[in-house]
Design a protein around this ligand. Structure first.
Ligand code: 5GP
Length: 188
């Protein structure tokens, strides 16, 4: 039987990557879908583990070859996408797939896979809190943070289209809630 799909989407800084990492560490029967991106790697990020880092030209070539299940220019000049080959490889091994993608990408994957997929929206307690988290993380310049905040305000409007909304006010509680959601979905 082919594996199920669990999608985590959220505005940048809402904590979805931390929650996804936690679930992977917890030993759930899940494999991370490594996305492709045209952005530069951050220190500590590895090709093939965090992302497949492609040049803008290579990314475009793969779009034209129809290799993506979904892709988007998430930020101006920077594209991200899910390669069909990545998802099929994991599912063909009978494993469940977990995605960390932006809101529009998440809804596109959900639309494609229907009931085989569970779409989870991670909601930050407020836009102010999000700004604080992005500033503390300080992986981005001030201009990029402003760009991410503007996008987050827009993305928060999509929450109701997801199967589940997980409010991340307290990370410990969000971990427990996420574990419960995943256990239930995988056992049915
Ligand atoms: P970051 O640059 O912080 O790693 O990611 C920026 C945004 O791109 C995040 O919201 C992340 O979830 C999203 N993203 C990562 N991979 C994909 C993907 O394959 N497709 C889409 N649509 N968004 C992605």
């Amino acid at each position: 039987m082919k594996g199920k799909l669990i999608i985590f989407s959220a505005p940048s800084g809402a904590g979805k990557t931390t929650i996804v990492r936690h679930l992977l560490q917890k030993g759930f029967d899940l494999e991370f879908s490594v996305s492709a991106t045209s952005r530069e790697p951050r220190p500590n990020e590895k090709h093939g583990k965090d992302y497949y880092f492609l040049s803008a030209e290579e990314f475009k070539k793969r779009v034209e070859a129809n290799e993506f299940l979904e892709w988007e220019e998430v930020y101006k000049g920077t594209s991200y996408g899910t390669l069909k080959s990545e998802v099929e490889r994991i599912r063909n091994e009978g494993k469940n797939v977990i995605f960390d993608v932006d809101v529009v990408g998440g809804l596109n994957i959900k639309k494609y896979y229907g009931d085989d997929a569970l779409a989870v929206f991670v909601q930050p307690p407020s836009v102010e809190e999000l700004r604080k988290r992005l500033t503390v993380r300080s992986t981005e310049t001030e201009e990029k943070i402003a760009m991410r905040i503007a996008k987050a305000e827009h993305e928060l409007r999509f929450a109701s289209q997801f199967d589940v909304v997980l409010v991340n006010e307290d990370l410990g509680k969000a971990f427990i809630e996420a574990e419960k959601i995943i256990s239930e979905f995988l056992s049915t």
